[in-house]
Design a binder for this molecule. Structure first.
Ligand code: DHE
Length: 559
């Protein structure tokens, strides 16, 4: 059965709308069916990620009409959207807030902002569920396994390929890292979020925000999609089985709505199991929408680390027997989001972003290793690992809401690092940056740490990246204005410099220059040693590039 989320949202909306229309008419909040449909689409595409489908809030604030927050004496300190009212909501949506809400005045028209302000004062719709049968019915094998090549049929250096999200066209570009040529543009789900590699490096798994998971075979003469499945209505994460003996056997994808994850066969995406993540938060309250955030495959056990955003529960899902699935549930902190491995790949560090904490899970013991207090809204991407001259091995995260990059000391069994044990799981340094950082990155062959500031409200900063010398972090950072360095004509809309990604050898850093849908975007390739531009990859088809995933680095979790 095929369903579009907007269509299904419309159905459930009608029931709610019928009940609430009368009460809301007096307040001038009634909406026509067409207005509601348009608002729902915008909400799904632009708002649901941070505020949740049920609008209960996560990274973003609660947006229910009648919600209120009380202090310990029971006094109401914050009200819901009805209390904020039309004018205030229009200002917040248009100009953003110091609390981290971005401004939408360059994305939405004045009319759309007014429409959304009205929409969120109406009662949220409850979207439909999505069953195992729905998942199975959506599954398509485009090239069966026995019709696929048995060896690599092209002569590309696949290790240095990049899978690049073309956000607004619902595609990924497969770019040859050696020649910088686009080898294939593949139709995928809407606003693809991430690409991940199979253990073998042959398959790329690409998840769209609309829940469409595409499997790309890099061995084909022209790499293309060989299987597809829709795992939910709204999704962000995917990974594969990487433990010895299970390579390429399974894939797992996490859904925001409905809140559940799906286990599939790795080479066909045939759904095998759907598991709901609804349940209790770490504070002991039931949550109806605990979305699946980052997922990563352990190297030391046949397990996935599955991070549940709203509940703050970290699940270790044992895939050695998926018929009799065993899961370890580790309580950490609410609002789990993105994260990455430490240098030893034993500890997974994940941001509990709206709790201002980093949770570290020990995948060897299956226990929480630490819960580290950090500055406002940590946002590591996968983070960055390097050896600090004074504190030894550290893992770095940037912040959306603070002007620092935080360095956390991580444990090591290497005898030469015994002297640093006293620092483990402590914030050993905060390097001065600017707010609005999304991603940090380094590479074992590099001496540099890169950080973007793509969500900074200042255009110059949003278009720039910062680079530190890891051997001496007291040296002033280099600030590279990627938009200017690209040599492309200046545009009125911000071209956000986002997501540094290294080439396989660690010698180049690729930065997306993410412009508007009708502006020419680009990928700017820097020489990591000299910080000079090596190449600007533009093409009329290069529309809104965001995440870039180097095959080798992603396959081996190198960052
Ligand atoms: Fe992301 C990673 C969720 C907005 C680009 N993003 C992730 C992960 C999650 C997530 C859960 C971790 C996946 C994993 O490792 O398995 N992102 C969300 C949201 O909920 C949010 C805040 C709002 C939304 O509506 O989606 C959001 N993300 C964005 C963007 O606006 C970005 C900048 C551009 C885009 O393409 O939409 C963006 N997110 C990325 C990228 C990664 C990512 C590039 C992977 C980083 C990596 O190096 O692994």
């Amino acid at each position: 059965m095929k369903r579009s989320v907007v269509g299904m949202l419309a159905l459930s909306a009608m029931t709610v709308a019928m009940g609430s229309a009368f009460a809301q008419a007096a307040k001038g909040l009634e909406m026509t069916a067409a207005e509601k449909e348009q608002a729902k689409k915008i909400y799904f595409e632009r708002c649901a990620g941070c505020h949740g489908v049920l609008r209960k809030g996560a990274t973003g604030k609660n947006l229910e009409p009648h919600w209120s927050k009380k202090d310990k004496d029971g006094k109401v300190t914050e009200g819901g959207t009805l209390k904020l009212g039309q004018q205030r909501l229009e200002k917040i949506i248009g100009y953003g807030t110091d609390g981290g809400m971005v401004n939408f005045d360059d994305i939405l028209t004045k009319e759309e902002i007014a429409l959304m302000s009205k929409y969120i004062q109406n009662t949220p719709d409850v979207p439909p569920e999505y069953s195992f049968k729905d998942t199975l019915d959506s599954w398509k094998v485009i090239v069966p396994v026995d019709k696929r090549p048995t060896k690599q049929m092209n002569n590309f250096n696949l290790k240095n390929f990049f899978s690049v999200t073309l956000r607004d066209t619902g595609e990924v570009a497969l770019i040859d890292g050696d020649t910088k040529e686009i080898r294939s543009i593949v139709k995928t789900g809407y606003a693809v979020h991430i690409s991940r590699l199979s253990a073998s490096g042959r398959y790329v798994y690409v998840i769209g925000r609309d829940g469409r998971l595409s499997l790309i075979d890099l061995w084909m003469e022209k790499p293309g999609v060989v299987a597809e499945v829709k795992i939910g209505f709204d999704a962000r994460s995917v990974d594969t089985s990487k433990f010895a003996g299970f390579e390429d056997k399974y894939a797992i994808a996490g859904s925001y709505w409905p809140p559940q994850y799906v286990i599939m066969d790795g080479d066909t995406l045939k759904p095998r199991k759907v598991v709901s993540t609804r349940g209790m938060t770490v504070d002991g309250e039931y949550h109806p929408e605990p979305r699946v955030a980052s997922i990563v495959a352990s190297f030391i056990k046949p397990e996935w680390v599955v991070n549940i955003k709203e509940t703050g529960q970290i699940l270790l899902v044992d895939y050695s027997d998926i018929e009799n699935l065993k899961t370890t549930t580790i309580a950490s902190a609410k609002f789990l989001h993105d994260g990455g491995w430490d240098a030893t790949k034993r500890y997974f560090l994940v941001a509990a972003n709206a709790s201002n904490k980093i949770a570290a899970v020990d995948t060897k013991t299956g226990k929480l290793a630490a819960l580290v207090d950090v500055a406002k809204i940590p946002h590591p991407g996968r983070g960055a690992n390097f050896t600090h001259p004074k504190f030894g091995p550290v893992w770095a995260t940037g912040h959306l809401g603070a002007d620092v990059v935080t360095l956390i000391s991580t444990p090591s069994d290497d005898a030469k690092n015994a002297q640093y044990k006293q620092y483990n799981w402590k914030v050993v340094q905060e390097i001065k940056h600017v707010p609005g950082n999304l991603f940090v990155k380094t590479h074992p062959n590099s001496k540099h740490l890169w950080a973007d500031s793509a969500q900074n409200s200042d255009k110059d900063l949003a278009e720039s990246v910062s680079v530190w010398d890891m051997a001496d972090l007291s040296k002033p950072k280099a600030v590279l204005n990627v938009a200017k360095d690209s040599g492309m004509p200046a545009a009125k809309a911000t071209k956000r410099a986002v997501h540094p990604e290294y080439s396989a050898d660690g010698k180049e850093v690729w930065i997306s220059l993410w412009g508007g849908k009708t502006d020419q975007s680009a990928i700017v390739v820097y020489d990591d040693a000299t910080l000079k531009v090596k190449k600007v990859i533009t093409d009329p088809k290069m529309i809104t590039p965001t995440g870039k995933f180097n095959v080798y680095n992603t396959q081996h979790d190198i960052y």
